[in-house]
Design a protein around this ligand. Sequence first.
Ligand SMILES: Cc1cc2nc3c(=O)[nH]c(=O)nc-3n(C[C@H](O)[C@H](O)[C@H](O)COP(=O)(O)OP(=O)(O)OC[C@H]3O[C@@H](n4cnc5c(N)ncnc54)[C@H](O)[C@@H]3O)c2cc1C
Length: 372
Amino acid sequence: MSNSNSDNKELDEKAKTFKNCIDIKDRTYGFPRKKFESCFVGQEAVDAIIKEGLAKDLEEALELGNLLLNQGYFHHVQRAHQFKYEYLFYRFTEDEDHGEALTDTDGKKFSWSDLMPRISHTGELDLQANIPDPDKEFGDYTQVALDASPVSPMDEYNIKLLDNVMPRSWKNPKPKKKYHLVALGGGAGGLISSAGAAGVGARSAIIESHMLGGDCLNVGCVPSKALIYCAKAIANIKKGDKLGLINTDGVSIDFSKVMERMRKLRSSIAPVDSAERYSKDLGVDVFLGKGKFTGPNTIEVDGETLEFARAVVATGGTATIPPIPGLAEAPILTNSNVFNLTKLPKRVAVIGSGPIGLELAQCFKRFGSEVR
Ligand SMILES: Cc1cc2nc3c(=O)[nH]c(=O)nc-3n(C[C@H](O)[C@H](O)[C@H](O)COP(=O)(O)OP(=O)(O)OC[C@H]3O[C@@H](n4cnc5c(N)ncnc54)[C@H](O)[C@@H]3O)c2cc1C
């Protein structure tokens, strides 16, 4: 038995002994009767572990139970209580199936890094973004398909991002009998609603076809704010004399470093939106695949049908390319791939002057592009 937050072998052993001496079974409670699968009762567990000699008295038993609970070995079935000497139901995390990252025969998780040549950060990065070739059928399409725009370059940061939000070998859980809530889309909307539902004890599932975190983490708020921070720093340095800075002439920008910093920050935030966290820590069933409604209360994903009482449609949006004559001949960037850039474009034309267009225009201008 091991726990995602802890490599503590001693605690693993204690958790194993704890689990071996308590009575885990399906229990029913409340009116109307509600079934809680594979759980144990706090009060019974305290008596059992004292009898087993794992704790000498009530105080020590509660201390051990709460240590295991806080380390994520088990939790109250509705995640509403600490470990108490009361008629409360608890369940071991490993007895739940919310989906899991598969491991190889050595127990190592499959990573995107297994497939990718390693990119060193010692030299200058000169990989350029995947700018799509102008499409002859341009007139026929207007919407950018997210899954046609993977993140790049595949350095250690983007590999970490993908390992968290789009794990290479994810095994979807076996669908539960009926979900109280299914969120379609794993962006900000779907993540918040599915976690909120699970947090108040509902059977909750999330379905994501591309990258958990959606626009905000991957191609929206997070990367854009990381760029704005650098752009503002550069602008401040350039007006350094007014701020009391000296010797600021000749300051130059390493755009590849700016983008590398962004990728590093984005990957450091990724565990918060990860499949692992949602399944293990938050108790949400994580399904990776494209969801398709098949009835008023059913949705299909990866060949399985999920039944639900309520569904949240949080499929977000993607960039639309306006039908401007001549645009088809230009190398087009949208939010889906602009954050893949590693070389500063000499000239950038920004179409659209909403907040996203404005912030990107300002950033590129401050980095040194000619912006129209
Ligand atoms: C450059 C940029 C900067 C931004 N900056 C900010 C900011 O500073 N502050 C702010 O508040 N907002 C900002 N936003 C807006 C913010 O990113 C979005 O409002 C937010 O991400 C919307 O969340 P969502 O959950 O509705 O949709 P999304 O984040 O788009 O998520 C939808 C998800 O649904 C998935 N999906 C779609 N169809 C299916 C299907 N059939 N099955 C399974 N999954 C599916 C998609 O793959 C996607 O992951 C910014 C956006 C951009 C582009």
